[in-house]
Design a protein around this ligand. Structure first.
Ligand code: CA
Ligand code: CA
Length: 436
C-alpha cells in the first residue's frame, strides 16, 4: 500500500527544525509494528498491559534511517521527547549511528571534549600516586570530563516517550548509544540490534571495590521509573568493541560499557522475551542501589526465552523486585564468567525451567551469587542436561552464607512454558533479531 503524499507532508511539518523529514510508510509486513504484548505474557502484561504505539495514526507511523529522523519521529527534540505521549510507530531501517551531528556526520570522541578535557590530563590528575585512593575525582579536570560526557549523552542517549513502538526492519541497528525509557508508560521495542553503547568518558572511582574501577554511563536500553515495557527479539552486543580489547589504566580495565538492559528507579511491569544478550560484562541490573527508597513493591520483570551468551555477570542482578526467570538459555564462557543470577537486596527471583550450558571447569555453584539477598525459588533448571538444584549447589559451596529456597511468590503471568531440556533448541531457533 502506498502512503498518500499528504501524509508524508504532515510528518515533515511535525519534524523539528534542522531534522530531516522521515519517510512515512505503512506498517511492516505481517503487521509486526502493530503487535501488542499478549495477555498473561509476563509482568509487562499486568494491569493495563503493554500496547506501545499500536494506535498510531498514519502520520505517526514512520521509517527512519538516521539519528535525526529518529529524533524527529520521537517528537522533534531529544531533550523533550520523553514527554511526547502521542502514539507512534517507528521502524528503524538499517544501521543508525548515534554518534553523529545533525548532518549525520560521524562524531569521534574528541568532538565531545570540552572544558580542556583530555584522557592524558585525566590520568595525570587522578593517578592514585597523585590523588590517592580514598576519594572520588573532583575539581576542574573531573568537571571537564562530566561536561564532555554530557555532550556525548545528548547525542547518543535517545529519549523515548509514552505510547511508542520501535521495531527494527532491514537489519535495524542502533550503534554507539541506546534508548532511554524514563518516567513513561507503555513502550514496545522489538527486533533491534543494540551495539556498543560506548562511553567516551569513563569515570575513575578509586573507592569502587578494593582496587578501584572505571565506570561508564550508558545502558543500551534503560527503563527508568517506566511502566509497561516490552523488550522482545532484540540483540544486545558490544560488537567488535569488546571489553577485552580495552586498555588498563591504574591497573584496572578502562570499562567503556555499562548495562545492556537496566530496569531501575521504580520501573515496573517489564517483559523481556526472546532477546539475545551477548559478549558483555555487566549485562542487566534490576534495581541499581541497595539504598533505594522507590523500588520496594516495584521492579517486577519477567525474563523468558532469552539467550545470555558470553556474558560475565548480572543476567540479571536483582534488587527488590519479583522477577520471573523462566525458559532462558545461559551459555557462559570459561575464563570470564562471574555468575548469572545475582540475588540482591530484598530480591524475589523465581528461576525455573532454564538451561545452563556450563563450560568445563565452571561449576553449577557459580550460577547464583548472593549479593545482600536472602532467598530465591529455583527448581526444574538444567545444567548441561541434568536437572540441578542450583540453590543446593550454591549452599554446598558457600556453607557459611547460604540462600533460602523460597522467593515468597508464585508467578501467574506465563504463556507457554517449555521443559528445561527443550529450551536450547527453542531459544536458539527463535531468539534475537531477524526472527519475527
Ligand atoms: Ca562498578
Ligand atoms: Ca546502568
Amino acid at each position: 500500500m502506498r502512503v498518500p503524499r499528504r501524509t508524508a507532508l504532515l510528518a515533515c511539518t511535525a519534524a523539528l527544525l534542522g531534522a530531516t523529514c522521515a519517510t512515512v510508510t505503512p506498517a511492516a509486513a505481517a503487521d509486526v509494528a502493530h503487535t501488542v504484548l499478549t495477555a498473561k505474557d509476563g509482568w509487562g502484561s499486568a494491569t493495563t498491559g503493554t500496547t506501545g504505539g499500536s494506535k498510531a495514526d498514519a502520520a505517526h507511523t514512520v521509517t527512519v534511517t538516521t539519528r535525526a529522523q529518529l529524533v524527529a519521529a520521537l517528537g522533534g527534540s531529544n531533550s523533550s521527547n520523553g514527554s511526547n505521549a502521542t502514539a507512534k510507530i517507528i521502524q528503524i531501517s538499517g544501521t543508525i549511528d548515534l554518534n553523529v551531528n545533525d548532518s549525520n556526520s560521524h562524531l569521534a570522541c574528541s568532538a565531545y571534549q570540552t572544558g580542556g578535557y583530555t584522557l592524558a590530563k585525566y590520568l595525570a590528575a587522578y593517578d592514585p600516586a597523585v590523588w590517592g585512593r580514598t576519594k572520588v575525582p573532583s575539581g576542574t579536570v573531573e568537571d571537564a570530563r562530566v561536561a564532555s560526557q554530557k555532550a556525548q549523552a545528548s547525542r547518543v542517549q535517545i529519549n523515548v516517550g509514552a505510547n511508542t513502538t520501535i521495531v527494527g526492519i532491514n537489519g535495524g541497528r542502533l550503534l554507539g548509544g541506546g534508548l532511554v525509557v524514563k518516567n513513561v508508560d507503555n513502550v514496545i521495542i522489538r527486533n533491534v540490534t543494540f551495539e556498543d553503547a560506548a562511553d567516551c568518558f569513563p569515570q575513575w572511582d578509586p573507592t569502587d571495590g578494593s582496587t578501584g574501577n572505571w565506570n561508564s554511563m550508558y545502558d543500551s536500553l534503560v527503563a527508568y521509573n517506566a511502566t509497561h515495557v516490552w523488550v522482545d527479539h532484540n540483540t544486545f552486543t558490544d560488537g567488535a568493541n569488546v571489553d577485552a580489547n580495552q586498555p588498563k589504566y591504574f591497573g584496572r580495565p578502562y570499562q567503556v560499557h555499562d548495562g545492556q538492559l537496566d530496569v531501575v528507579k521504580g520501573a515496573d511491569y517489564v517483559t523481556a522475551s526472546w532477546n539475545i544478550f551477548k559478549d558483555h560484562d555487566k549485562t542487566i541490573l534490576v534495581g541499581n542501589s541497595d539504598s533505594s527508597t522507590v523500588d520496594t513493591g516495584k521492579l517486577r520483570v519477567t525474563f523468558h526465552h532469552n539467550l545470555w551468551q558470553n556474558t560475565v555477570e548480572r543476567a540479571p542482578r536483582v534488587r527488590f523486585g519479583q522477577v520471573d526467570v523462566y525458559n532462558n538459555y545461559f551459555v557462559p564462557t570459561a575464563g570470564n564468567y562471574g555468575y548469572s543470577l545475582g540475588v540482591g537486596k530484598s530480591s524475589a527471583i523465581v528461576a525455573q525451567y532454564n538451561y545452563f550450558k556450563l563450560p568445563s571447569g565452571v561449576a553449577a555453584s557459580s550460577v547464583l551469587s548472593k549479593l545482600s539477598g536472602t532467598a530465591l525459588t529455583a527448581n526444574n533448571n538444567s545444567v548441561n542436561g541434568t536437572t540441578t538444584d542450583l540453590i543446593a549447589a550454591y549452599n554446598t559451596a558457600h556453607s557459611s552464607s547460604t540462600l533460602g529456597t523460597s522467593a515468597g511468590w508464585t508467578p501467574s503471568l506465563r504463556l507457554t512454558v517449555h521443559s528445561a531440556s527443550a529450551v536450547p533448541a527453542a531459544v536458539t531457533a527463535a531468539a534475537g533479531v531477524g526472527k519475527i
